[in-house]
Design a protein around this ligand. Sequence first.
Ligand code: HAS
Ligand code: CU
Length: 565
Amino acid sequence: MAMTGSANVPAGRALQGAPEKRVTLAFLGVGLAAMLLGFLLGPPQALNYAGIDIYDYLPLSSYYQGLTLHGVLMALVFTSYFICGLLLYLPARELGMRPRMPGAWLAFWMMTVGTLMAGAAMVADTSNVLYTLYPPMQGHPAFYLGLALVVVATLVTAALTFDMYLGWRRANPGQPTPLVTYMAVVTWIMWAIASVGLAVGVLFILLPWSLGWVEGADPQLFRTLFWYTGHPIVYFWLLPAYIAWYAIVPKQAGGKLVSDPMVRLVFLMFLLFSIPVGFHHQYADPGIPVAWKLVHNIMTAFVAIPSLITAFTVAASLENGGRARGGRGVFGWIPVLPWKNAAFTASVLAMVTFIFGGAGGMVLASFNLNLVVHNTAFIPGHFHITVGTAVTMTFMGLAFALIPHLSGRTLLAPKAALASVWLWFVGMMTFAVGMHWQGVLGVPRRSKISDIAGEYADVYANAAFPAALSGLGGVILFVAGALFFWVIVGTLLRRRAAELPPMPEFTETLSGPYQADGTPKRHVMIMERLGLWTLLTVVLVAIAYAPMLIEQVRGYVGVPGVQLW
Ligand code: HAS
Ligand code: CU
């Protein structure tokens, strides 16, 4: 009942026509275009690990320019566009409402101007500072300003979703928010609090410093601000994928989501625990007392819990689907799932990958184990099976479902689409096994092998096999991505279909937000009090961060910029 659109939509803004489809298609389309550019720079990195140097033949000044472009385009630009499209459109469909269109286009163009500025700065070889932006490496002011615009554009989009949510609340007092909207709004609240660190770091430290208005930037303070945002950004990427796993995939499987209230609890836990954990990226940083690292270590254990719950809830929903399709026995429900549906298979393979990505994350979260692999190939191994597969492949699946619906064209070559996700899965697994293994052997990340091969000769002597695996993974990924983009671009170039491809449906639930008598469940209504949960989050974040931030601001050490390229 709560999953369908509401009849009480404020007059005038109810959905008719398709402007919100156009802006969503623009967000997804430009996001995928950024991914295409970033993707082309991926396989050369993988081959770099295997000792094959393609960078010298590419129209780039260096390996590091390619790495910066790859990281920024994939992790910051592609994700931001795609997520803004999703978190605007899915709630709009669920509520039967239209976002304020001028605002939506404003967000889109802000993001696009920001991307073009940062992109031009990177292409012009002025800003090879990698996607972590660490000073004292200094990029061009246009690079920093461009990235700040991208972040602000995400916040404008957040406000638009929030505006629809408030409109719905006014029209439906005392009712639980429909689930997809609830998930989207909680994700946005988390991101609104989380993005402050990066925004402050870029606007108040890097930008004035790159403009020459101040002489020095404080690397330690910036790193703290960066990871204040840099950890929760991974949940800003992940939670939209979870929205698909919870609200769309069970329906594709032919089943029902097992529990609506449990999903709300999961998202609230992400709100509370996503942010106060950033020091797990700074275990090796001097200047942060070990006690604070311990606090963030413990909080990191908490933030894994909602993902562990997700694993069981989503698996149970898939089993529900498999059994409804006639699957028998302990595992008999698995082969009967709709594996021929590329959109479904993309998400499920993304989940399977995330079992390993999550396990690697738990290893990294442990202080002592982290010190063994920090700054090694292990880390890119970890994040290519989290953001690079769990998230990206879920988005690829959503693209197969949504691009036809939004553009009015049927999907070109569904079999090629299916092949692309299997190849992405196999390629990324091969790549990641090689990367984790190299990391354990001590192969550093972010290094052009031919520059450091002499210094690390004995490390590389041991790592030849896993290095070759990573290179092989990169080649498989190239084929996977080529197929994927062929399907997407080909779909967009097709003639319009006679019949509009439908919107993927949202799932029903076995246990919904209402009691049998039709009144909302009490615990669901407690979870509706988002103001209270937001306040609690802010308190928790302040406890985890304020003391260190105050100390670092008071001991500000300004360092002049360097250009290492
Ligand atoms: Fe991480 C570094 C710890 C999750 C991304 N992480 C990174 C970096 C990135 C990243 C980009 O503690 C590198 C940043 C850089 O450049 O330096 N990470 C964690 C932990 C988690 C975690 C504890 N990471 C993610 C996610 C990411 C991501 C998600 C992107 C989207 N990570 C770290 C740490 C570092 C780090 C340290 C710093 C390392 C260093 O030294 O620099 C947890 O959230 C993971 C919890 C996940 C689980 C898995 C649940 C499994 C599910 C799937 C179920 C499957 C089903 C399928 C249902 C416990 C939900 C069934 C299928 C059938 C067919 C039946
Ligand atoms: Cu993290």
